[in-house]
Design a protein around this ligand. Structure first.
Ligand SMILES: N[C@@H](CCC(=O)N[C@@H](CS)C(=O)NCC(=O)O)C(=O)O
Length: 239
């Protein structure tokens, strides 16, 4: 699916979602929307993508999702689903071939517990570059991120599997990946230094075919996040 320029307030609403397909409202650099794109691609789900200008949102988008956030899914029946974990779970249930979520209640609970733990990691990866830009002392946040990675490393070591969900990539891995992909651009790769198992996981994940096509190069991330941190995100950077 080719990337397209984002649509802003005043742009016409897209036509209905074609039968047999699903639509993702996205933003090319959003790590939450990347989760949903990973799942769409890994499960080979027919879809189209409408990228949204998150600083100048079309009114019709806000009518679909009052939170005004991506990822947002829309089905041909007009059903609207948002919040990245919910979109991914929805896709796994509606398209049951190649299940990415575990089958057992305990497996599902483990996935959710890990995601809950990971939700404390995601804000740190932004706070550090933001703090650096403002000239603040970010050493405490940096130490906190290192500690969080040590804990994830322990989880992985205990599992003794290549991935968080087992020996092949599953939903938990895809849901965590987007923030690891950005570590180098945020100059935070050293936070993995005390986490050898997690470091190996990053390497295995970077070899996954769907991961390979879901993101951007370090240079593109650096350039985009410069515009973001300066308060003028260029959602179409690199197109
Ligand atoms: N909890 C949401 C977070 C999604 C989110 O923060 N998306 C950002 C882009 S990366 C967004 O849509 N921001 C626009 C806004 O909040 O107005 C999820 O998991 O989907």
């Amino acid at each position: 699916m080719a990337s397209v320029q984002c649509v802003s307030k005043g742009c016409a609403a897209p036509g209905p979602v074609p039968a047999g397909s699903i639509r993702l409202y996205s933003m090319r650099f959003c790590p939450f929307a990347q989760r949903t794109r990973l799942v769409l691609n890994a499960k080979n789900i027919k879809h189209d993508i409408v990228n949204i200008n998150l600083r100048d949102k079309p009114v019709w988008f806000l009518e679909k999702n009052p939170l005004g956030q991506v990822p947002t899914l829309e089905t041909p029946a007009g059903e609207v689903i948002y919040e990245s974990p919910i979109t991914c779970e929805f896709l796994d249930e509606v398209y049951p071939e190649k299940k990415l979520l575990p089958d057992t209640p305990f497996g599902k609970a483990q996935h959710k517990m890990l995601l809950e733990k990971f939700s404390k990691v995601t804000p740190l990866t932004y706070k550090i570059p933001m703090g650096r830009l403002k000239g603040e002392d970010v050493s405490g946040l940096h130490a906190e991120l290192k500690q969080k990675f040590r804990e994830l490393n322990k989880d992985l070591a205990k599992k003794k599997t290549k991935f968080f969900g087992g020996d092949s990539v599953n939903m938990t891995d895809y849901m965590m990946w987007p923030w690891f992909e950005r570590l180098e651009a945020f100059e935070l790769k050293d936070c993995l230094d005390d986490a050898p198992e997690l470091k190996k996981w990053v390497k295995f994940m970077s070899e996954d075919p769907f991961v390979k096509v879901s993101g951007h190069s370090v240079d593109i991330y650096k350039a985009y996040y410069k515009t973001y941190l300066e308060g003028k995100p260029n959602f179409d950077y690199g197109l």
